[in-house]
Ligand binder design. Structure first.
Ligand code: SF4
Ligand code: SF4
Length: 356
């Protein structure tokens, strides 16, 4: 086993000591891989060594009982080596193909679905939500659990035209990424300011500097230093809330959910793309978000029906055109889909290659 490097306070740990020995031995020397069935990957090394990977979905937020159960399955049915993916899937590596089916059965018996590979719907990538972050407008992890319950069949089967990556983000401005379908919080009203707290809690110049449209000004309110917002300029982005929680923007009624489609990081068949807004103003309706699920399922069903083999979501939309996308999915196209913000020209010039 490789030697442990000294601990550091941040960053990913050295993976080599935790890696399956067959993977350590053949590191960088793989000659072939295939996808025998949904949720299972096969790799063969130049040395002739083989390894199978079995991918199981989890409920996203795991207590230590669940993690122990998953680890016990690895010891009993696998080779004792697992890894968690960025999407909270767990992957078991085994060097003996005869272990694959008993391992799948053990996982299925405990309620863990096997899938998420190739042209399936992947587990939803998500931000932290109410559990960890201090600024979310929704519970990203809850959206993941509720939606994956609805998309179970699409996770365990490979019936989509190509891979479908989904994501959720619990605010509009920070973590998150590009996805074929992205579910993103959308604030629709400017922040309400708690003037009694601003002077005690906030560093006012940094809050003023934070606003992308210069809508915040210092102000004296009731004789105390505070802030004011020009509501005509405010684009409800929420950027002022993290450095100054008294700029309260989360609202049970006015913080909504929007759906964006067609983003991808891959450059396999076409260049990487940013996703685009297609549905907005959906209620932030915990704990099951049924209105969001309905729109996501509608988009997925249309793409499954109409996409050609190996077309990613954006390739399909580029082929049929945006008007046909809205017609076929039945989603209404409104004036709110048009970016008429005065800074929008910079957005239109933006790409994953050019930034200015
Ligand atoms: S998306 Fe925003 S609210 Fe959600 S975890 Fe990231 S920073 Fe926090
Ligand atoms: S919500 Fe965004 S645009 Fe509105 S005042 Fe705050 S930082 Fe500025």
């Amino acid at each position: 086993m490789a030697e442990l490097r000294p601990p550091i306070e941040s960053g990913a740990p050295d993976p080599m000591p935790y890696m399956h020995p067959v993977m350590v031995k053949n590191y960088g020397k793989w000659s072939f891989h295939s996808h025998p069935k949904p949720g299972v990957l096969y790799h063969r090394a130049e040395s002739g060594d083989e390894i199978w990977t079995v991918k199981a979905g989890t409920q996203r937020q795991m207590d230590h009982y669940t993690i122990r159960e998953l680890a016990d399955i690895a010891d009993q049915y696998g080779d004792g080596f697992v890894r968690f993916t960025a999407r909270s899937n767990i992957e078991y590596m085994v060097a003996d193909g005869s272990k694959v089916e008993p391992l799948i059965k053990a996982l299925n018996d405990k309620g863990y679905p096997i899938g998420g590979t190739a042209n399936s719907v992947s587990m939803i990538a998500h931000t932290q939500g109410w559990l960890h972050c201090d600024i979310p407008g929704t519970d990203a992890s809850g959206v993941v659990k509720a939606l994956m319950d609805e998309l179970y069949d699409d996770f365990v089967k490979c019936e989509m035209p190509n891979r479908v990556k989904l994501s959720t983000s619990c605010c509009e401005i920070n973590c998150g990424g590009q996805a074929d379908i992205a579910i993103i919080v959308q604030h629709t009203k400017p922040p309400k300011i708690n003037h009694d707290l601003v002077a005690n809690v906030c560093e006012r110049p940094s809050v003023v500097a934070r606003c992308p449209v210069a809508a915040i000004r210092p102000a004296l309110v009731n004789g105390k230093p505070s802030l004011e917002v020009d509501e005509k300029k405010c684009i409800c982005c929420g950027a002022c809330f993290p450095p100054c929680p008294p700029m309260q923007i989360n609202d049970p009624e006015h913080s909504k959910i929007a759906i964006w489609v067609g983003g991808k990081n891959s450059n396999a068949r076409s260049k990487p793309t940013f996703h685009k807004l297609v549905a907005s103003g959906l209620p932030n309706n915990a704990p099951r978000w049924p209105e969001v699920a309905e729109v996501v399922k509608k988009i997925l069903a249309t793409y499954k029906e109409d996409g050609k083999p190996w077309e990613r979501m954006i390739d399909w939309i580029d082929r049929i055109g945006w008007p046909a996308f809205f017609e076929k999915t039945g989603l209404p196209f409104t004036k709110y889909h048009i970016d008429n913000w005065r800074g929008g020209r910079a957005n239109l010039n933006a790409s994953t290659h050019i930034r200015f």
